[in-house]
Design a protein around this ligand. Structure first.
Ligand code: ZN
Ligand code: ZN
Length: 271
């Protein structure tokens, strides 16, 4: 339906990311960080045939965001959208992409992908030129911001007022510091300003987004070793309750899982 927007986290986490969005007849993916087969099956499971997609928006060149991008682009003849620096960095990692499927995006420069208005915005992360995306369908908008070391004022300005936000809730800092499988360098990288957002930072950002009018929130890109869905949810819920916001009543809060396709959010213009 024309005045409805659909959003579904197919996969989200450090083991692979692919997010689905639809408005009108335009269907697209943000990232394709699992195998093409995996993503194809996840799409079929929500009733979407992969060959009806209009394109794939890439956030950055880390493998958990591009693993199946080349395969899907070639198999279904889908244009791939990424910043110029991301293209440079991912060339060689996703196989050959035919020239007519290569699209370049730029932070701050909006464009139309079918009926969806797309706004890429820069995020602080240790990649060549990483971006998040705000997607517009009529007055509705969905924003995704994962893989960011800090929730900056600029990111807030770009996504404030979105109907739905999927925000990174990557790790519990204590679990990460105590993890014997991660060396000091890796820990510093994740905790750094160009790493990943902790549960606490995510919760603080969500409060700001709620104050700005957002009512649909998804926690995403959870670490498999340094977080759990229960813990991530608890940190955000506790922060909300402290402010008198009731999760489930005042706002909808979900956790996108690493290996399980999430529910479809149906957003309506009357909301
Ligand atoms: Zn990632
Ligand atoms: Zn990354």
């Amino acid at each position: 339906m024309k005045n409805e927007m659909y959003f579904c986290p197919l996969y989200s986490g450090s083991s692979g990311n692919a997010l689905f969005c639809q408005y009108g007849d335009t269907r697209l993916l943000i990232d394709a960080g699992k195998t093409g087969r995996c993503i194809g099956e996840a799409l079929e499971s929500i009733g979407v045939s992969p060959d009806t997609l209009s394109g794939i928006l890439i956030t950055h060149e880390h493998s958990d965001h591009i693993q199946g991008a080349g395969v899907m682009a070639r198999r279904y003849h889908l244009p791939l959208y990424a910043t110029q620096e991301t293209w440079r960095a991912m060339t060689g990692k996703i196989g050959k992409v035919p020239g007519d499927l290569i699209r370049t995006v730029q932070s701050g420069k909006g464009f139309w992908l079918g009926e969806i208005g797309v706004e890429p915005f820069s995020i602080p992360h240790d990649a060549a030129d990483p971006v998040g995306y705000r997607l517009w369908g009529g007055k509705l908008s969905v924003s995704t911001a994962t893989d960011l070391g800090v929730f900056t004022q600029d990111v807030y300005d770009r996504i404030s007022g979105s109907t739905l936000v999927l925000l990174e809730s990557n790790h519990d800092p204590d679990m990460l510091r105590a993890n014997p499988n991660y060396n000091a360098l890796l820990k510093a990288r994740i905790l750094g300003d160009r790493g990943h957002l902790s549960n606490e930072s995510c919760a603080g950002a969500l409060l700001r987004l709620i104050a700005g009018g957002t009512r649909n929130l998804i926690l995403g890109h959870l670490s498999g070793e340094n977080n759990t869905p229960v813990l991530a949810r608890r940190v955000s819920e506790t922060a909300m309750l402290r402010e008198g916001i009731r999760p489930g009543a005042d706002v909808r809060l979900e956790v996108a899982l690493r290996d399980e396709t999430g529910e479809i959010f149906v957003l309506k213009e009357t909301e």
